[in-house]
Design a binder for this molecule. Structure first.
Ligand code: GLA
Length: 387
């Protein structure tokens, strides 16, 4: 939908949050539901529309050089891991979907650590897309945009799923969001007020568009192939995995995964068991059953560590420290290979768990760049006038 008056003005802020995924890891790309929440931290682009088709953005982070490019449907990525590729991914998506012509100039700043499993990259893609849409007076449906941006982000070379963009665009303050795919749908589920979500960084960068890219893409490809084989064996056709789970008992499917070649069969088993845990976790959340929710988080971590093999010893240590200090559950969050973990506990337990996480973090890294913090669920991306 195009609004008649393009946005002029003295400057705008396009803000997009990161997300923490509570449960449902490495299954969005199989079209299976996930349960993240938007953070109150994210990416902020302070921008002005330009009269021409140039995008010119500086970055407040000194490790990220200024990036400039023209809105051209044939644009090519810079080298792997270049932050500007996320700008191009967002721009290319809205260029193709909405034919935007006017560029923007401004500055990017983030209060989310990069490569930490908190989706700073998708927040950047969402923020630049929203800024360009705003500069061109275009209003887009947020789910359609999320869907397009999820595919558009493949431009950076990582075959990610659709969780991060949908969480950033559709976050609801005070709520976790259950995201279903095929078709993309978002349902807000209140996070009980006496639960607290703590996040701690392992100190290891998880470069999903760099060093971890091949491992991520390999898992997606091998588990997808195994799930297709499973579907053919059981239903006689390749059906979406959500349909397979609806039609056949998960216990039978998990048994059959053991007969498929490794590692794909084992990785498919992770996906199926994780999908079952997401359903149970949504029910536990609705029932404010912290103990049950916590157990599901722990099972998820075990599966990601032992079966999907995406954990890191530092993440495992943080998870252990959280559980020993009284957290109901803890797990790595995001793609893994480093980055962050989360712990969920009763508000009364917060200090003990936070202290244990800080001690464990400092034992591994005497001057951590990001101390553990409590995450409150925030609202989704928006563009507001710069103050
Ligand atoms: C990354 C991807 C997501 C998802 C997670 C793992 O964050 O961008 O699409 O696959 O990893 O759950």
């Amino acid at each position: 939908m195009t609004t008649p008056t393009p946005a002029h003005g003295h400057g705008w802020v396009s803000w997009a949050p990161g997300r923490v995924n509570l449960i449902g890891e490495h299954i969005d790309y199989h079209g299976l539901p996930v349960l993240p929440m938007a953070l109150q931290r994210g990416v902020r682009i302070t921008f002005r529309p330009r009269p021409d088709g140039e995008v010119l953005l500086t970055n407040a982070g000194s490790e990220f050089p200024t990036r400039r490019f023209h809105l051209d449907p044939g644009m090519e990525p810079w080298s792997i891991g270049d932050w500007g590729n996320y700008l191009k991914a967002g721009a290319l998506t809205v260029l193709r979907q909405h034919g935007v012509r006017r560029g923007i100039e401004g500055e990017v700043a983030a209060d989310l650590p990069p490569a930490a499993g908190l989706s700073s990259s998708s927040a950047l893609v969402v923020a630049v897309a929203n800024a360009l849409l705003h500069a061109n007076g275009v209003e887009a449906d947020s789910l359609e945009l999320a869907d397009a941006l999820a595919r558009g982000e493949h431009f950076v070379g990582t075959a990610g799923g659709g969780m991060d963009q949908a969480a950033s665009l559709s976050g609801v303050a005070g709520h976790a969001i259950r995201i279903g795919f095929d078709p993309l749908a978002v349902e807000a589920v209140p996070l009980p007020r006496d639960w607290i979500v703590l996040i701690a960084h392992s100190g290891i960068r998880a470069e999903k568009s760099g060093g971890a890219q091949a491992a991520y893409n390999h898992r997606r490809a091998a588990s997808s192939q195994a799930l297709e084989e499973l579907s053919k064996a059981v239903l006689g056709e390749v059906a979406p995995t959500s349909e397979l789970l609806a039609r056949v008992a998960s216990s039978r499917l998990l048994g059959l995964c053991g007969e498929l070649p490794r590692p794909g069969g084992a990785w498919a088993a992770h996906a199926l068991s994780e999908a079952v845990r997401v359903d149970e976790a949504v029910a536990a959340l609705r029932a404010s059953d912290l103990e049950r929710f916590g157990r599901l988080l722990n099972d998820s971590h075990t599966s990601l560590r032992d079966v999907y093999e995406v954990s890191h010893p530092r993440l495992d240590s943080l998870v252990e420290a959280a559980l020993e200090s009284g957290a109901a559950g803890a797990r790595l969050t995001g793609a893994g290979f480093g980055g962050c973990m989360l712990a969920v506990c009763h508000r009364q337990q917060r200090q003990e768990v936070e202290r244990a996480l800080r001690d464990a973090q400092e034992a591994m890294d005497p001057s951590p760049s990001l101390p553990p913090f409590a995450a409150e669920p925030g609202h989704g991306a928006r563009v507001i006038p710069a103050s």
